[in-house]
Design a protein around this ligand. Structure first.
Ligand SMILES: *Cc1c(COP(=O)(O)O)cnc(C)c1O
Length: 392
């Protein structure tokens, strides 16, 4: 495999390039829905799969393939299927792995739409889901039933940045004949490679850090040639939640700077977390890079850096938290993340607003909690923007 020959940064810049006779240096975009064949016989051979090659861009496009091959190599996987969004990556992975009557165990604190997908839509296909606290390995073990096929985890979690032990979960899954699926959106392969820790599939929202500049929606599933290359690809090529060539090109270019950006986001988040710890109106800071974080040692061993997302609690509940947000002049008030622009959000009234107060309490989402996805602006300006509301 390519990754045996070259290092991460080289793969990120060069892998999967398909140069045309024009001799272009940068990766080309192929905005075409279909392809032409030299003869009836060639068309027949392509359609039958006898001869590999492009057929129709729902499932074969050279620009999309470049992105898929590059991301697969960066994750250390054999195969990758690109999708129209992160949600369609999760759907494709679940449909690829499960059927009616199957059961899945998921960490409780996964992305909001993921919970809705599991509870309202996969349930209609006869696939049920149990939820467990992310760090409680005994709870994961106990939740596995005879019909459990998949363990699904997102780590670090959002917004409290809890860290799951991927190698331990992989072992639990495999002992019971299940597959471990990891949503690697928050770390990206630049900081964490779940397949190398034993996970079977990685899913991505490329919309976040892989793009990195808030432009395009996309997703991906990465894993071995059978699970991804046959099962997930088989669903995608038929159902059609495919990535557009233009988006694939943007994401391919995003991969080139991914590691540099992830290290910069992480360094800024670390510095901001330490600064927040010193603010009198801040009662707690959640960030895996802080020594008091319950999984600090695990995060240090499992990740190359601690990521760009942190959250913190302010004294005074919702009013105080909203005051911080409403006194910013630069930070973007949005629940999105993975952008060069820093974002701030109040989880209790946005991403977690539909939960009952009791469920929010159980999930650890207090009224004074704020989440920041730290961007790449000058840190001094981010501090000034926050200090105004924190001082009130
Ligand atoms: C955003 C996000 C998703 C969904 O991705 P989309 O590209 O918005 O469909 C899934 N998982 C995580 C962790 C996310 O942050």
């Amino acid at each position: 495999m390519y990754e045996d020959e070259f290092h991460f940064d080289t793969i990120a810049v060069r892998h999967g390039i398909r140069r045309t006779p024009e001799g272009e240096h940068s990766e080309p975009i192929f905005p075409t829905s279909s392809y032409v064949f030299a003869s009836a016989a060639e068309a027949a051979a392509r359609f039958s799969g006898e001869v590999p090659g492009n057929i129709y861009s729902r499932f074969t496009n050279p620009t999309v393939r470049t992105f898929e091959q590059r991301l697969a190599a960066l994750e250390g996987g054999e195969s990758c299927v690109a999708t129209a969004s992160g949600m369609s990556a999760i759907l494709s992975a679940c449909v690829g792995l499960m059927k009616v009557g199957d059961h899945m165990v998921s960490s409780r604190s996964v992305f909001g739409s993921t919970v809705v997908l599991f509870n309202n839509y996969l349930s209609r296909m006869g696939i049920t889901t149990s939820y467990v606290p992310l760090t409680d390995l005994a709870a994961w073990r106990d939740a596995i039933q005879p019909n459990t096929r998949v363990l699904f985890v997102e780590t670090p979690s959002n917004p409290l940045t809890e860290v799951a032990d991927i190698a331990a979960l992989a072992e639990i899954a495999h002992q019971r004949g299940c597959k471990l699926v990891v949503d690697n959106c928050f770390c990206t392969p630049a900081l964490q490679q779940p397949l190398k820790l034993g996970a079977d599939l990685v899913v991505h929202s490329a919309t976040k850090y892989i793009d990195g500049q808030g432009r395009c929606l996309g997703g991906a599933v990465v894993g071995d040639a059978t699970l991804v290359g046959k099962d997930v690809y088989g669903f995608l090529r038929t159902a059609g939640p495919s990535m557009s060539p233009f988006n694939a090109w943007v994401f391919t270019k995003g991969l080139e700077t991914l590691r540099l950006r992830m290290l910069a986001h992480s360094a800024a988040a670390q510095a901001l977390a330490e600064w927040l710890m010193e603010q009198p109106s801040v009662t707690h800071v959640y960030y895996p890079g802080l020594a008091h974080h319950p999984q600090h040692a695990l995060a240090k061993a499992q990740q190359k850096a601690f990521g760009g997302v942190l959250s913190f609690e302010v004294r005074g509940g919702k009013d105080a938290a909203w005051r911080v947000i409403d006194n910013t002049r630069m930070l973007s008030i949005t629940a999105n993340l993975g952008d060069v622009k820093s974002t701030i959000t109040h989880p209790a009234t946005t991403t977690h607003g539909r939960l009952t107060p009791e469920a929010r309490m159980e999930a650890g989402i207090s009224d004074g909690l704020l989440r920041i996805a730290v961007g790449l602006e000058d840190l001094a300006d981010i501090k000034v923007d926050l200090a105004r509301g924190l001082a009130r």
